[in-house]
Write a protein that binds this ligand. Structure first.
Ligand code: C5P
Length: 402
């Protein structure tokens, strides 16, 4: 059982092809100990059957305002009462328009209007519908109304086009929902997180980078937000959607990341350096593309980049600092040396060859009290455990300095 055990979620499906991902979403939520009740619009039933969702959730699925199983024909009140969150996935452009306008002309829109809990929606639509001015207005209205909009992502679409509008993957939606249900252990605490790789240009078109996907840093941002923290995320080039609710700054180079960190750090209580920052950059990158010549060698001079984490930790009023150590061998020993050298309160150690780019991670947490090994798990789960650990250490530190 996890922290979300016995939490109740109403999972609403509207009519989009992405409804097939909602079956997996239901399964993931249940796996995490969430009690899932499904409601579907008539259009959703054209894409996936209520029988599938019933088999996965282990409960009858509601599709109709006038369902005789709900007492006093007050289905909307009955069903939304007692829910800890409602997730609408997929949320079509039409359903988003209904939410924005406050319509209640079917069971699901009525449940959303009658709710007392957070509402999360995962849009799914064709890229032109997503880009349409009406949808832009409607999504802006949802955000103003405090509704959490998850995604969408960019990629291949069922219509054969490529672009923005794909529903997030089930695991991403489940992670966001679980973060939303998580206990608020760090309310109002300000996190500054660096994530992803950096890109150090060689010339106008080439550069030096690494395989970091940014998944761990983004998962940490979501976990911190879930714990009630405020998050500023400085991300190198990644293809991930921005975590809902985070203030995101996009950068390419280590120098840009450093500048962005300097701008934000005085407002941070906790700094987490997850980014795989390039140790070196090209000295004087060329403005134009380097042409191939007959020379047998091309020399590129590299100069060291600033150590962002080391700099933050050395500030007179440094925030609580967390570093990540990716090593390919002697993991705990190197990570602990790094923790002491950089003077950070917590070092998260992982095997570089296993962690970078992967969806899972296996980490050790090294602090003054010793080493704690966490079991291999999806990065979203590992991120929540790291944030729980940070909350304990940070709470203890605050208590001591009071
Ligand atoms: O020194 P090393 O790269 O092994 O340390 C890793 C940790 O230091 C990570 O937390 C990473 O984000 C941070 N780091 C940094 N700036 C650098 C290099 C690493 O903030 N230039």
């Amino acid at each position: 059982m996890t922290e979300t055990s016995r939490k109740k979620v109403l999972l609403g499906l509207t009519g989009g092809i992405a409804a097939y991902k909602s079956a997996e979403l239901a399964r993931l939520l249940i796996q995490d100990g969430v009690d899932v009740q499904v409601a579907m619009t008539q259009a959703a039933c054209g894409f996936i059957t209520p029988a599938t969702m019933q088999a996965l959730s282990g409960k009858p699925v509601f599709t109709d305002m006038w369902d005789a199983r709900v007492a006093n024909a007050m289905g909307h009140i009955e069903l939304s009462r007692g829910m800890d969150a409602i997730i609408v996935a997929p949320a079509t452009a039409d359903f988003i328009a209904k939410l924005a306008a406050g319509h209640a002309d079917d069971l699901l829109s009525t449940l959303c209007l009658a709710r007392e809990c957070p509402l999360l929606v995962a849009p799914a639509m064709n890229r032109q519908m997503w880009g349409n001015a009406a949808t832009r207005r409607n999504v802006a209205q949802l955000l103003k109304d405090g509704i959490v909009v998850l995604g969408p992502a960019s990629g291949d679409q069922a219509c054969g086009e490529v672009g923005m509008g794909r529903m997030l993957e089930a695991a991403e939606i489940a992670a966001a929902a679980i973060a939303c249900l998580a206990p608020k252990t760090l309310p109002g605490v300000r996190f500054l997180i660096t994530a992803g790789p950096t890109f150090e240009p060689i010339d106008a078109v080439r550069g030096i980078t690494n395989r970091s996907s940014g998944k761990m840093g983004h998962a940490l941002a979501r976990a911190a937000l879930g714990a009630g923290a405020k998050v500023a995320l400085i991300s190198g080039p990644v293809t991930l959607p921005a975590p809902a609710g985070a203030e995101i700054t996009h950068v390419d180079t280590a120098a840009q990341m450093f500048e962005a960190v300097k701008r934000h750090v005085t407002r941070a209580d906790i700094f987490v350096g997850v980014a795989a920052v390039a140790d070196y950059r090209v000295d004087k990158p060329r403005r134009h593309k380097i042409k191939k010549t007959d020379e047998s060698q091309l020399q590129i001079k590299l100069v060291p980049n600033p150590d962002i984490l080391g700099w933050v930790a050395a500030q007179p009023r440094a925030p609580f600092c967390v570093g990540f150590a990716a090593e390919s061998r002697n993991l705990d020993q190197y990570a602990d040396e790094k923790r002491r050298r950089k003077k950070v309160q917590l070092m998260v150690a992982n095997l570089a060859q296993e962690a970078i780019g992967s969806d899972d991670n296996e980490v050790s947490l090294l602090d003054d009290s010793g080493t704690r090994r966490l079991a291999r798990a999806p990065k979203e789960v590992v991120a929540r455990q790291i944030v729980d650990h940070i909350a304990k250490l940070y709470g203890a530190k605050r208590h001591k300095t009071k």
